[in-house]
Ligand binder design. Structure first.
Ligand code: PEP
Ligand code: MN
Length: 338
């Protein structure tokens, strides 16, 4: 860390700060200028006491970090790309684009089976569907719960698709882990750290949505919780953030995909459906996501969106999903995600 002292601080005060830096476990290297002194504090910021509290000292102007706060998630130190095995499939850098598709919510066996067969035929390898739904209003459909999970498992047995489904509460961890190949942590829970740790301990791959107002650093630190709990298999999922814009439900932060890929070795998935909240933009956002380097897409597809019990406005119908797969094919080829 770098400790910057205020201009014209006297020698005794400088020595006091140096002594404190040492006391906190760092090796101080003062650089004394004519007017201002800075102290380079050498030590592992992730294991030592933070020096940021020094900003409370009257002699100190600012304290700057040098190391990243997410030591496991960072790609620094030459870490190799994380490639995650889901069933027979490998997902991540150097692997084909992973298509995860299916309805927002599990509504019935018929709806899930029709969705599953159609998305599999079109090229999806993972079936999505929420059995526990985080709804803004308590009067909206909350999901079928365990009955929904059983429908997903049946669809898995009959189609061979792997399952991604959301874990909403710590209480349901074992139940969801029993049915899911990937546990989804939703935007609303992305900083529910106890839930992240509980989910991590199932050993299942975790898809971590970015919170609605989460900064990229916070998103990566949330992923750090999962890695620190001993589970290396995390997908980062960009799903749009809240902005002043009302044209779309959320603003899909496509730049965050590039940033996450640059900062981290974890695979990045894009969810264009929550990302914009309107079916007519989903294909274009998918093209952008693939072009910028996403490792997979999580897309809402419903056999009849007009009758969906949740998020009907943003779900593609089956023909729309086929068109999506066609539209991204040349881009996948161009970026080597085939
Ligand atoms: C969903 O995938 O249906 C969902 C609720 O996602 P998010 O947590 O991103 O809102
Ligand atoms: Mn949804």
């Amino acid at each position: 860390m770098i400790v910057v002292l205020r201009p014209n601080v006297g020698t005794q005060a400088i020595d006091r700060v140096i002594a404190e830096v040492e006391k906190l476990g760092y090796k101080p290297h003062p650089v004394r200028g004519d007017f201002q002194t800075i102290i380079a504090a050498i030590g592992d910021e992730t294991t030592h006491h933070t020096l940021e509290t020094l900003t409370a000292w009257p002699e100190v102007e600012s304290v700057m970090r040098v190391q990243k706060r997410y030591k496991l998630v960072t790609r620094e130190g030459g870490k190799k790309e994380t490639v995650i095995k889901v069933g027979e499939h490998l997902i991540g850098a150097g692997q084909p684009l992973a298509l995860m598709a299916g309805p927002c919510s599990v509504e019935s066996e018929d709806q899930v089976m029709r969705s599953a067969e159609a998305v599999r035929k079109a090229g999806a390898i993972i079936l999505r569907g929420g059995a526990f739904k985080p709804r803004t209003s308590p009067y909206e459909f909350q999901g079928l719960g365990e009955a929904g999970l059983k429908i997903l498992s049946k669809a898995k047995r009959e189609t061979g698709l792997a399952i991604i489904t959301e874990l909403l509460s710590e209480t349901d961890t074992d139940l969801v882990a029993e049915h899911a190949d990937i546990i989804q942590i939703g935007a609303r829970n992305s900083q529910n750290f106890q839930l992240l740790i509980k989910a991590a301990k199932t050993g299942k791959p975790i898809l971590l949505k970015r919170g609605m107002s989460e900064r990229i650093e916070e998103w990566l630190l949330a992923a750090e919780y999962i890695l620190a709990a001993g589970n290396p298999n995390v997908f980062l999922c960009e799903r749009g953030i809240r902005t002043f814009e009302t044209y779309t439900r959320n603003t899909l932060d496509i730049g965050a995909v590039a940033a996450a890929k640059r900062e981290s070795h974890l695979p990045v998935i894009v969810d264009p459906s929550q990302g914009c909240g309107r079916a007519d933009l989903v294909i274009d956002l998918c093209k952008a996501a693939v072009a910028i380097g996403a490792d997979g897409l999580l897309v809402e597809v419903h056999p009849n969106p007009a009758e969906a019990w949740s998020d009907g406005q943003q779900q593609l119908d089956i023909d729309g999903f086929r068109r999506l797969v066609e539209a991204i094919r040349p881009i996948c080829l161009a970026v080597g995600k085939v």
